[in-house]
Write a protein that binds this ligand. Structure first.
Ligand SMILES: *[C@@H]1O[C@H](CO)[C@@H](O)[C@H](O)[C@H]1NC(C)=O
Ligand SMILES: *[C@@H]1O[C@H](CO)[C@@H](O)[C@H](O)[C@H]1NC(C)=O
Ligand SMILES: *[C@@H]1O[C@H](CO)[C@@H](O)[C@H](O)[C@H]1NC(C)=O
Ligand SMILES: *[C@@H]1O[C@H](CO)[C@@H](O)[C@H](O)[C@H]1NC(C)=O
Length: 367
């Protein structure tokens, strides 16, 4: 490298440092924002602020006992994946959009609502469905434009990372409560509808200006303790497994289509299906004692959704150490499982996390 080139290099580095210092002096931080959408895997307390029964809530003990030491609305013992991702990205915990606040922008917003599905007919009236979450995001961005100006608001939106977990409730609700539906609608068509609606909302988020998405494959929900209880003999549900497999073919194919159709659309797809299946089958390999039974619940496999005693059935049992369990309650994962997943999402590599991981999406304005 010639001296001139070196001079140019050093000048570029210096100018870059100066520029970033100037940006940091700005009233809004230069950090990449985190926006969170979806269901209970991502809900940090949205459902505390809507009128819905305890079935959709986690705002009572023992939820939150491990990390927060009080119930926050997260339906697990501690933190969720998005909480760890915020930490790795050096952001504060991202609060629910519906949480009362002064109007200050705090590095992102969480729209996720436990029980939400991609289809509006999944638990209608009880949850903030995916389409409504998009509407809330649109009004947040409108507000940001008014307060910070178009340019700054657009930068926050386009550089931001969007974590989305949606679809499992559309399937679980049908398998548990309306399995007869599959006598009139084929599983292929149902999955096509769910994935089609996910795709529509992802495109809606893109249209607001979002470019970088953090997504998951469908978890093996046929092996949730509540579904094992329903099958009667403790095995995973075969119809659920079929739906999961169909989803996990259709969803990545849809992402490839979005990527080729929408300029600048980038995503990270974490293979939650494989990662959770491995922990269910070989819990001790990942530091767990039990991959089948819920830490908190009642009945076989802790499959009765009674954790906390607020959902009709008052009796339930609670394990002494949730970190030994893959599942915290009959529907939801433990903080330790979420922690392990968050690390794979953040800096895992292909085939577990691809084509990018979230660290790459956070670090580079344009990957
Ligand atoms: C979205 O779901 C509705 C049912 O709520 C269905 O009629 C529609 O076809 C789906 N949209 C797509 C794009 O698949
Ligand atoms: C458990 O029951 C399901 C039907 O609910 C059946 O298909 C499956 O073969 C059974 N598994 C075992 C191990 O008995
Ligand atoms: C599960 O809970 C229901 C109430 O929601 C109760 O009637 C039932 O006996 C419980 N079953 C088991 C196996 O604990
Ligand atoms: C991945 O990220 C986690 C969380 O920041 C960190 O603890 C771990 O060391 C990282 N692993 C690698 C290989 O960089």
């Amino acid at each position: 490298m010639s001296t001139t080139n070196l001079h140019i290099l050093f000048f570029t580095i210096f100018a870059g440092l100066l520029l970033s210092t100037l940006c940091n002096m700005d009233q809004t931080q230069n950090d990449v924002a985190l926006f969170i959408f979806g269901d209970a895997l991502n809900d940090a307390g949205t459902n505390n602020y809507i009128n819905t029964p305890a079935f959709f809530k986690g705002n009572f003990s023992p939820y939150g006992e491990t990390f927060f030491h009080y119930p926050t609305g997260r339906i697990t013992d501690g933190r969720l994946m998005a909480d760890f991702i915020a930490e790795y990205a050096k952001l504060p915990l991202i609060p629910p959009y519906l949480q009362p606040k002064n109007d200050e922008f705090v590095g992102g917003a969480n729209f996720a609502s436990g029980g939400a599905g991609a289809l509006p007919e999944t638990y209608p009236g009880y949850v903030v469905d995916f389409k409504t979450q998009l509407k809330q995001f649109e009004s947040l961005v409108k507000n940001l434009r008014e307060k910070l100006g178009d340019e700054k608001a657009e930068r926050i939106v386009s550089e931001g990372v969007y974590m989305v977990s949606i679809g499992v409730n559309d399937y679980v609700n049908t398998v548990l409560n309306n399995p007869a539906l599959f006598q009139s609608v084929s599983m292929e068509d149902y999955v096509g509808m769910v994935v089609g609606n996910i795709s529509t909302v992802l495109e809606g988020i893109y249209k607001v200006g979002a470019r970088k998405f953090g997504l998951f494959t469908m978890l093996p929900f046929g092996c949730l303790p509540i579904v094992r209880l329903a099958t009667g003999n403790g095995s995973c549900s075969t119809s659920a497994t079929e739906l999961t497999e169909l989803h996990n073919e259709a969803f990545p194919a849809t992402l490839t289509k979005l990527e080729s159709r929408l300029q600048g659309f980038k995503y990270s797809l974490f293979d939650m299906y494989t990662s959770l299946t491995e922990r269910i089958q070989y819990p001790s390999k990942y530091g767990f004692k039990d991959g089948k039974t819920a830490c908190c619940g009642s009945g076989p496999y802790g499959g009765n959704y009674s954790c906390g005693g607020m959902r009709g059935e008052r009796e339930y049992s609670l394990c002494s150490n949730p970190a030994e369990y893959v599942f915290f309650d009959s529907f939801h994962l433990s903080e330790r499982t979420y922690h392990q997943f968050a690390q794979l999402i953040w800096n895992g590599s292909s085939p577990t996390t691809k084509p990018y991981n979230l660290e790459a999406l956070f670090k580079h304005g344009n990957v």
